[in-house]
Design a protein around this ligand. Sequence first.
Ligand SMILES: [Zn+2]
Length: 237
Amino acid sequence: MSRYFCHDHPETLNVETKVLDVRPGAVVLEQSPFHPGGGGQVADRGTLTSANGQARVTGFETVDGRLWHLLADGAELQGVVQAAVDAEFRAMQTQLHTDAHLLNALVYQQFNGALLTGAQLGDDGTARCDFDLPDVDNDRLRALEAALNDVIKQDLPVRYAWIPREEAESTQGLLRSRSVAPPPSPDGMIRIVEIVGLDRQACGGTHLASTGQSRPIKILKIDNKGRHNRRVKYGLA
Ligand SMILES: [Zn+2]
């Protein structure tokens, strides 16, 4: 996973920066507060404002290691810009994503190391995680709701470390996801997210500073997806 500015400065959502390169409907910035998505994380939304106009950021594209910010209506911005992340959208995604960690930590612990096979956050305050759980009573999964809200109430701190890829691969349980495993950064390091006292796993997403910053969550639905997968849909209460 690449190192993003938002990994080190998750609270900084507004940055004054410079356009380094431009093509119709896209720019490269000297510094970007946006999370471009990937690894189960939804891309940020927001705006870029320059002296001659404002453009909505609609997506991201990485080409040859450079992050292009895609702009609505083919806008072309130059010079100094104010880059602003949509704070409300980031806050919701950060909650849903951190809660996905809590859910997959509890599933991993209570169901013999069951792995995540997919995750998708919605823009409506709900998200879903798929797990490799061939033989499990769905009521046991539903019962995780109380344990999840208990972890939120305990307000466990969230910490980060970067470790070499080989160390991550040789440590049981750090690479949790079968489908959304984060690639290493160009220097071969992997970002580890620790929910202190609960869980450690590799992830490049955005997280709350502590679990207590999440609203309570509700498990909305459990679906069987094929013979091996259970899909757990949850939402912010
Ligand atoms: Zn994460």
